[in-house]
Write a protein that binds this ligand. Structure first.
Ligand code: BDR
Ligand code: CA
Length: 311
């Protein structure tokens, strides 16, 4: 079967970087590009970090920069989680892979025009600004999207940046709202799922034991990234959020969820960015998303180790 075409839209971030590696290591996927957006750190760092991850994989694909701020709000970043560079934890050289001069939003629009309708999946690992901007600027491309799979939101777990909101949705709730309402197949990987995929010591050491540059870097990133969540939640490791999006494309049977209605709070300051998930189907609002709640964590980390071990 021909590999599935994807665009990875991302704000690396250690977990984003691992997701990029997983995708580039997987023959079932054809990564058309990695498009950077401002999120965990400002755009100048996310595009650089995306190039670091792509270069580390040894399987180059174009990397381009997109929007440097949310649609209608000032950018809020998360250096307190990811460190000053956004990719603290591994000692890697400056990338030599050049930044592709095309703007990420133009690339998303042009690719959706050029590829046959229904053959490109958007994998979104950060705030939804680039994708929403593409949909606003060229509404005719929306119907050409095969599927959108994104990491964002949370319902039973609450939020991680405010009591109500998860970071990616909180940063640009208006963009998330546009994407959630776009009408194309949408799969949401929320905190309810990713908080079950913890980077336990044994799982991190498995990467280090590979004895490769990539395994060493992944272990270093995960060591750095988990310290914040371990302190916060008192858990056995930190949640490895973003690679779940790629793992879902590769092995959907590792995940469990429901097709339900999910909407984004954009007006309240108290609950800004909350994803209101009608898990129990108590309203008549039409289902618009598959909302994942469960993951087979052992299977997920086994898949990561198997694939990243090939790089
Ligand atoms: C999300 O926010 C970022 O910190 C991570 O990269 C992930 O995409 C988790 O809330
Ligand atoms: Ca991210």
């Amino acid at each position: 079967m021909a590999p599935r075409k994807i665009i990875i839209d991302t704000d690396p971030g250690q977990d984003d970087a691992v997701a990029i590696l997983l995708a580039l290591a997987s023959p079932e996927l054809q990564v058309l590009s990695v498009t950077a957006v401002a999120g965990n750190v400002p755009l100048a760092r996310t595009e650089r970090n995306a190039r670091v991850a792509v270069e580390l994989s040894g399987r180059p694909v174009p990397v381009m920069a997109g929007c440097d701020r949310p649609l209608r709000r000032p950018l809020e970043t998360a250096e307190h989680v990811h460190g000053k560079t956004g990719l603290d934890g591994a000692d890697l050289p400056e990338p030599t892979l050049p930044l592709d001069p095309r703007h990420a939003v133009d690339f998303i629009i042009d690719t959706l025009h050029e590829e046959p309708a229904g053959t490109v999946t958007l994998c979104v690992l950060g705030p939804l600004t680039n994708v929403a901007t593409a949909f606003l600027r060229a509404p005719e491309v929306v119907d050409r999207v095969q599927e959108i799979v994104l990491m964002g939101g949370g319902f039973f777990e609450g939020g991680n940046i405010t009591p109500a909101a998860e970071f990616n949705i909180y940063v640009d709730p208006e963009a998330a709202d546009i994407v959630f309402r776009c009408g194309r197949p949408l799969t949401i990987v929320p905190l309810d799922c990713t908080h079950k995929a913890l980077t336990t010591r044994a799982r991190v050491e498995r990467f280090r034991a590979m004895g490769t540059r990539v395994g060493e870097a992944v272990a270093g990133w995960l060591d750095f990234f988990e310290r914040f969540d371990v302190q916060k939640y008192g858990s056995d490791g930190g949640p490895l959020h973003d690679p779940c999006v790629i793992a879902y494309l590769l092995r959907p049977e590792l995940f469990g969820g429901r097709l339900i209605n999910v909407e984004v709070e954009t007006t309240s300051e108290l609950t800004r960015g909350m994803t209101v998930a009608d898990w129990w189907r108590v309203t008549k609002r039409a289902p618009n998303a598959t909302f994942l709640r469960d993951v087979n964590a052992e299977g997920y980390f086994a898949l990561l180790a198997e694939r990243i071990g090939t790089l």
